[in-house]
Design a protein around this ligand. Structure first.
Ligand SMILES: [Mn+2]
Length: 334
């Protein structure tokens, strides 16, 4: 389906900010799509969608992923094509980093890539413009929205597969349109993608109505152990022992922090997830008053106003104290 360039949130047509990036995409031959650690639907959907579009222009595309595709995202077109090595990647290939505020988010496997070979496509507030080419629009709901601009800018038809990838990215990053980043234009873009062949029902079934039994049990245990403080912090800690007991893994934790955030007296939800090396990964959510990105930044992480994350060193009690004090320094400063 041929789509007209979309109108961005600020009303601009055919986003001129994408110009340099479009030039790089048109003139180079080979591209490596790159995801951040703990890949999500926005980063993978964005990479697959642009990959499909570039292949339609005769370009060579690799999908590098130093991870398995999360189980609930294996329905995405191209999900079976990811590779863990740089086999077949030429010296002149460009690396497209999606949905990352800085290069470190891509992890050690991609730390070697020089800025001169990086295209950076992102919507995070704290983006450091780490690429030679940067297409960053901080107020878009998902990186997938920017990729749609690129696909249209390249003159490629939005095929059902491209539409499926991009609608998945948008649905995921807006929490199925529940979050405040879902604007009227976001809904129009989603409608357009459905018209182009995206299967909304399949996406929502995969993303929101399919859980492992272990994940449901883990949600129960984590909520049972949750603490709500007088100053509105709702937190819980997931240990490796809990995961092992239930035969669960990190993928089974997706729903937990949202369930903490849903508590009526909660201002900031915090979930500390113990990693196999004894360190922790922190997920933060805000009910709208507190900027959790500022909290995450204090701890060396990043994200968005209402959803952010950071790595936190162990052991557990010290990690928890550091997190609570970072949250309080932000909430009480207001
Ligand atoms: Mn995103």
């Amino acid at each position: 389906m041929k789509l007209e360039p979309t109108t961005s949130n600020d009303g601009r047509l055919n986003d001129p900010a994408s110009g340099d990036v479009l030039g790089a995409l048109r003139t180079h031959r080979q591209f490596v799509m790159c995801a951040h650690e703990n890949p999500d639907c926005d980063v993978l959907g964005s990479g697959f969608a642009l990959g499909i579009a570039l292949k339609r222009l005769g370009k060579d595309v690799k999908y590098f992923l130093d991870d398995d595709v999360p189980r609930n995202l294996t329905f995405l077109p191209e999900a079976r094509l990811t590779q863990r090595t740089f086999e077949g990647v030429a010296d002149d290939a460009l690396f497209v980093f999606f949905d990352m505020s800085d290069q470190a988010r891509a992890g050690k496997a991609l730390a070697w890539v020089p800025a001169s070979r990086i295209i950076n496509v992102d919507h995070h507030l704290s983006n450091t413009r780490f690429g030679q080419w940067n297409y960053v629009r901080e107020h878009e709901a998902a990186t997938g929205v920017l990729v749609l601009q690129l696909v249209v800018g390249l003159g490629v038809d939005v095929t059902p597969d491209i539409a499926q990838c991009l609608l998945s990215a948008i649905i995921s990053d807006t929490g199925c349109f529940m979050y405040s980043n879902a604007k009227p234009q976001t809904l129009r873009t989603a409608a357009m993608l459905m018209n182009a062949g995206a299967d909304k029902d399949r996406i929502t079934e995969q993303l929101y109505q399919t859980r492992t039994f272990a994940a449901q049990k883990l949600l129960g245990r984590t909520l049972d152990a949750a603490v709500l403080t007088d100053d509105g912090i709702c937190y819980s800690v997931v240990t490796q022992v809990m995961l092992t007991d239930l035969g669960a893994d990190n993928e089974d934790l997706e729903e937990v922090v949202g369930a903490l955030r849903a508590v009526d007296r909660c201002q900031v939800a915090a979930l500390l997830k113990e990693q196999t090396d004894g360190s922790f990964r922190l997920s933060l959510r805000s009910r709208g008053r507190v900027n959790v990105m500022a909290i995450a930044k204090q701890l060396g992480g990043g994200g968005h106003f209402r959803a952010a994350g950071a790595p936190v060193a162990g052991p557990g009690q010290a990690a928890l104290e550091r997190v609570l004090s970072a949250i309080r320094s932000e909430t009480h400063a207001r």
